[in-house]
Design a protein around this ligand. Sequence first.
Ligand SMILES: [Zn+2]
Length: 216
Amino acid sequence: MVSWSDLYGSHPQTSSSDCPQAWVFTGEMRDEGRYGETCPCCRKQDFRVTYQVREQGKGISFWVCLECICQDDVTAKIDDCAIIGQARRDHLGRLAVRLMHESCRDIIRRVLLVSCDPDLPEIAVYFDRNGQLSPGRAAVLFTALAECGIEVDARTFEVQIRSAAHKKEFALLSEQQKLIVWPALSPAIRKKFSALRTAPKRRTLTQALERSVSAK
Ligand SMILES: [Zn+2]
């Protein structure tokens, strides 16, 4: 991985060896609301939360991924104490999860204001408790979001599919419900469900694709 100093240089009065920690985490984090961001440092893609770094003594700042904010040449502090190594990664990772959950709660609050679906209040409570949605609850919420015209990245919400009960819950969804939950699942899980023959039928997927193409 390329270091910050390699990419952007260090403070003009010092070399990177004199001042190896010229870049500082500002404490600002952002949930971009969708996956597919590109980190300006490592060019990694497909993450959602970004962290702001600023060069000490300068106004230049960038929004970067977790990997880059955890590099040794970035200083990060909590209450004036520097956090390093795995402790930093764990702490910032936890903050990212909290931020993403808050974004999800915002989306649920928005749909609760405009949808009359009687199942939504229970789904809001379930998400509050679990930070995830079961497949059936995801299907109801995603349908309500689509009906209310609230656009969100399908992967904004994590769908529970690890347990046998959740796999069964997905298998028992209607074709239409499976189709609306499908984009929220990871490629590995989709492959697994295809092997288990619980994926939406190929014909249904093709029809959905044709509808989305003709709608554009
Ligand atoms: Zn990066």
